[in-house]
Design a protein around this ligand. Structure first.
Ligand SMILES: *Cc1c(COP(=O)(O)O)cnc(C)c1O
Length: 387
């Protein structure tokens, strides 16, 4: 099969395992393993067989890693137990005491927490940069800058970043670029094709898709994979086989789910732009978004997560909005089949100014019927106006 010519959904249906490897069963086995037996002492001494120990991979993890390699266009993928681990493991792999990292200020909050506590304690210098800086990161690059971390759109506020421009500056300064690409998934943006060295995915979100599994994947280019794999092995991090299987299962339908998430989120975002009580809608696929041109140039789609800025008010109004919602649950994470809402806290920002008009509410648009979600949001806006 010519993998570059077929459509995304065709690829999602056929990538990863080869059914012929397992007697024709469509799906790979879920291999629970620590010990792997060797046929004789010589083979054991040379470790000259495909699988050697449970922490070093199984047919189940290989199937998911192969699928992610194909989706990401990567040389290799490691699978870790959460999306957050998919951020921290590559940082530990590529940063040493005395090194410097540049991190976008609109980063996922737990990534900032890791940088401000553990990385700092290990002697890594951390600088946050404006998500709008793009080429401007040149002025922040130091001789010891080893990693530039990007995340686009930004967590909670959805700022876009000019990834190719950042890659160019970082590489010229001898740094590698990592990208947390959870929002777009490799279906809507392929970081490695744009020069990024390490692509991070919280597989908990769209790949899993059902709010019942935690997993992360880190995909690297040829130059970075060996070091990444080695660090992961050194740390002893591996994911549980049932979770790995669940994510491979989720990937098969990710394309059709994302189509629906995209469609419903865009419909609601456009409708919300015209609603009283909404100051702004933060969705990069909207023409009104400051990062729209970059999104249009580099991305091939948009997912189901965006924010609205309420027109005035504070916590009382934000809570009135959230407490009125019936189908949007109040909870963290996203990417599942059900809608969610959260009041975004932006007091961790050091450079990127949070919106000032009012509270920011992040919406995860699920697979429900869009008219029901619209009615839910309309009632919430009504209640907010009265609060
Ligand atoms: C959720 C999320 C993560 C972390 O994923 P978990 O599996 O919940 O640890 C990392 N990055 C981004 C952008 C996320 O939204």
């Amino acid at each position: 099969m010519n993998k570059t010519k077929v459509g995304d959904n065709t690829r999602l249906a056929h990538m990863g395992n080869n059914p012929r490897d397992f007697h024709g069963f469509v799906n790979p086995p879920v291999v629970h393993a620590s010990t792997v037996l060797f046929p004789d002492a010589g083979t054991m001494a040379s470790r000259n067989q495909k699988y050697t120990y449970g922490t070093r991979g199984t047919p189940t993890t290989d199937a998911l890693a192969a699928a992610m390699n194909e989706l990401e266009g990567a040389a290799g993928t490691i699978i870790v137990p959460s999306g957050l681990a998919a951020v921290t493991v590559p940082m530990l792999a590529f940063l040493s005491s005395g090194d410097h990292i540049l991190i976008v200020d609109s980063v996922y909050h737990p990534t900032r927490h890791f940088a401000d506590t553990m990385l700092t304690r290990l002697g890594v210098e951390v600088t946050y940069y404006d998500p709008a800086a793009d080429k401007g990161i040149a002025t922040l690059m130091q001789p010891n800058t080893k990693v530039v971390l990007t995340e686009a759109p930004g967590s909670g506020t959805f700022e876009m970043q000019d990834i190719p421009a950042i890659v160019d500056i970082a590489h010229r300064g001898g740094a590698i670029v990592m990208m947390d690409n959870t929002w777009a998934t490799p279906l809507f943006f392929r970081p490695l094709d744009h020069g990024v060295d390490i692509s991070i995915q919280a597989a908990t979100k769209y790949p899993g898709g059902h709010s019942d599994v935690l997993l992360g994947t880190v995909s690297a280019n040829e130059a970075c994979f060996e070091r990444l794999l080695d660090a992961n092995g050194a740390l002893g991090i591996c994911a549980a086989p049932d979770d790995v299987y669940q994510v491979l299962r989720g990937l098969r339908t990710m394309g059709v789910r994302l189509e629906r998430h995209q469609q419903s989120a865009l419909a609601l975002a456009r409708w919300l732009e015209g609603q009283k009580g909404v100051a702004r809608v933060l969705h990069p696929a909207l023409e009104s978004h400051p990062g729209h041109a970059i999104w249009k140039r580099d991305f091939t789609g948009s997912s189901g997560l965006f924010s609205i800025v309420l027109d005035g008010g504070g916590e009382k109004q934000a809570h009135a909005f959230l407490d009125t919602l019936k189908y949007f649950g109040l909870g963290y994470s996203w990417g599942g089949y059900e809608s969610l809402a959260v009041h975004v806290q932006l007091n961790d920002r050091t450079i990127a100014k949070p919106p000032e008009e009012g509270p920011v509410i992040r919406l995860q648009v699920g697979l429900e019927d869009v008219e029901d979600l619209k009615a839910d949001l309309a009632a919430a806006l009504d209640a907010t106006a009265k609060a």
